[in-house]
Design a protein around this ligand. Sequence first.
Ligand code: FAD
Ligand code: AMP
Length: 474
Amino acid sequence: MKNYDVVVIGAGPGGYICAIRCAQLGFSTACVDGELSSSGKPVLGGTCLNTGCIPSKALLDSSHHYSFISHDAAEHGINVTGIKADIHKMIGRKDRIVQKLTRGIAGLFKKNGIDWLQGQAKLLGGAEVEVTPAGKDTAEIYQVSAKNIVIATGSVPAKLPVAATDRNRIVDSTGALAFTEVPKRLGIIGAGVIGLELGSVWSRMGSRVTILEALDDFLAPADQEIAAAAQKLLVKQGLDIRLGATVTGTGANNREVSVTYEQGNDKQQLTFDKLVVAVGRSPNVEGLGAEDAGVNLNSGGGIEVDKQCATNLPNVYAIGDVVRGPMLAHKAAEEGVMVAERLAGQKSEFNLDLVPWVIYTWPEIAWVGNTEYELKEAGKKYNSGVFPVAASGRALAAGDSDGMIKMLSDADTDRILGVHILAPNASELIPEAVLAMEFEGSAEDIARTIHAHPTLAEAMHEAALASDQRALHI
Ligand code: FAD
Ligand code: AMP
């Protein structure tokens, strides 16, 4: 039986990053992963690269270009006629990007001397892991042993019993990233991050999109002011967002799918060509044998860990979507780095309070830290500075001036407590806020930092000034 210093289970952004960092630190490292591509080949990269962040962003970018050419180019004096979308090409481009990146990870594993063990891993208790290679007979099951085990098995789409996926009319996010034609009528259950991103993609390509969301509040985890402004813009773009709408039943045939939902005392029915179930994700422990091996699970069915991602068993750690906290790729990756470095005796930490969120609608939505509602609930005294994107020269020049940046800071110390952005490329603006907050910076620190002109980042500078009533351009 081969013995390793570290065996990582799962090669998503949590697992593959952890494996690379372990190898960099001199550990003999193996990474077990059972993921297969749509053509049945073993692939690295997990949800993020294969069916999550990367393919969704590829389609968001393609559909954004299509939408720009169709609706906004004329405003710039660019008249385009005969615009035609080629969905096969668009999906093919997305698939090639995914392939390039997943192969890139195989290259990184090779470069770092990491053994890629293809197959499903099962914990055998103690220091042993059983690997069942895909498509092989049981004779080829083998075991490896490890001084340390890192579980990074990620998550899977949450199931909604009243809307079971059938890989035809009713699909999950993976299915919605591979439509071969634009559905004329597209229903989406769930107005969370995934529902809004996929709704945006297909609405831009011409689908009539209806999103059914059980909660009364739109984007409940976001700052209310930002969520309300985002909702208005998304509705203007054509998304029919129905709040307080709980789906209670579905019925699909070869041609269409009907959905019944309750909104207050009203019972309604709608018919779609395709229905996407996007009601969140569940931690993935299936087949892992975690409980039998003595690993404690949490109330959500994921793996119970402490702040440093240690489980109840010595030398067994867990990171990413399978543990508590936001299900985001960068969160998984940073936990992976922390665990690897702590195994090497370093004192690395991970700040769960400063994980930035991004929703890649247009404009994008991004935030870090507390919302205004949370500060009010906690009885905190705070300052709020809001700067509208419309007052940014760079945004006007780009013809993209919807949105705002809001900075919340402690009324006594001026320390930044939260930053909330609805703006073009908000994903590229939020790191400044995360960095400032990581250094326990104040709004004044951002206000005194020179921001290049003309940039959208100046709106962050102005939001900081606005929190002290001294914004210069409003
Ligand atoms: P995963 O990426 O889920 O990887 C887990 C891996 O472990 C998989 O390959 C799985 O096959 C393997 N595995 C599981 N069990 C076993 C086993 N027993 N043996 C062997 N292998 C096993 N996050 C962002 O930060 N930004 C985004 O823009 C974003 N967009 C998204 C869009 C969509 C449509 C979806 C679905 C998700 C998106 N996410 C995004 C979330 C992101 O993909 C996840 O947070 C991230 O992939 C979690 O990483 P992970 O390493 O914990 O697990
Ligand atoms: P997220 O967890 O961000 O991916 O969001 C998933 C969304 O789906 C949440 O906002 C849930 O409220 C919503 N949701 C869950 N079940 C239902 C349902 N039966 N009908 C409509 N929306 C739902």
